[in-house]
Design a protein around this ligand. Sequence first.
Ligand SMILES: C[S@@+](CC[C@H](N)C(=O)[O-])C[C@H]1O[C@@H](n2cnc3c(N)ncnc32)[C@H](O)[C@@H]1O
Length: 392
Amino acid sequence: MLEKRVKRQVIAREHTFFIPTSLGLEKICAKQVRSLGLEASASGEGGVTFQGKLTDMYKACLHLSLANRVLMRIHEFKAAHFAALENAVEGIPWELYLPLSCPINFRVTARKSKLYHSQAIAERVEKAILQHLEKYGERVEGAEEPAPQEIFVRAVSDRFTLSIDACGELLHKRGFKESEGRAPIRETLAAAILEFAGYDGTLPLMDPMCGSGAFSTEAALIAANIPPGWNRDFAFFSWPAFKKQQWLYLRSQAEKQFKNITQPLVFASDIDQNACSLLLETLESQGLDRIVKVSNEDILRLTPPKQVSNPGLIVVNPPYGLRLGTVPQARELFASLCNRLADQFQGWTLAALVPHKDWTPLLPFSAQPFQKILHHGGLKIPLLIGKITNKK
Ligand SMILES: C[S@@+](CC[C@H](N)C(=O)[O-])C[C@H]1O[C@@H](n2cnc3c(N)ncnc32)[C@H](O)[C@@H]1O
């Protein structure tokens, strides 16, 4: 019986999972995976590997804030020509992994391999999967309308690795209403910046150029201890091996840890009224407006919030002057921001993305700041973190 095979071969077994991250985030993502009680190693190739059962994968999808996706390895084999590829793929028991009649998408990368044409590889893999499923016939009934599934095919030196994506939409999608700001930063990168700055949700956080508000929404989730995947669906909901009861149990365990925050701890502001209104709408729809206070304000008038007595963290991703305005205009704005911070925010920590090298001396730091290069929108941008002092 198929259900028994799914239980024995997929649910009861341990699998290898690969978690792709943005370059440079492998180590902190591995740390996050370990904090879930899983043994993880940063692969150094833009990802983290761990071994575990499906329930461990559920945990990873629900709780990881820095991961791009979670892939489950299905099979590895050598193939140097199409017949060998088709043969190997047709031999995989796809009925254990794929829901009944779902759309399947393919992502192929090939390096140093005799088979290198990604489109041709995808076509052959698809043909072999469909042939296998056709022969197989019997299937486990899953969700009525199964989510599209994505198969990742990776070939290196003729060695193929086939994986299935557990997530569907990329994990930076937190299930919030989209409110695209100008040059928005991804939630995964915002979460990484907060992690590098040591933000734990207890101190006040200011996001004075909030745009679409990724820093503020991530900070609110951390402060309230709400998992980043709480509000979204995942592709694995449609897998034959998905056990809803186990997923609901995991969610109920997470819900017990939610913190009821009644006072604002996060202060988001922007000069753009429209961005502020959209962010407020998103926060209201998620019940996060208790935690985040949004105001339409110019950084040149920024002061520490009256509600807070302890200095906290300020996070900024300033305009770079590349897509909008000019670099000299953006530099002038950054210089004004740094002056304002030096005047008003001594003792606070500043985490800033600094897109141009000659802007670094403008920062209101007396000691050498922490520095980490991050990859954002095709650019390599240094993140600098330090304590604000009045240098004058
Ligand atoms: C590069 S975007 C960053 C947005 C968001 N923090 C992110 O990382 O996705 C810069 C933001 O700075 C805002 N901004 C520009 N000049 C400002 C000023 N004088 N005061 C406050 N915000 C300003 C823009 O409206 C824009 O939303």
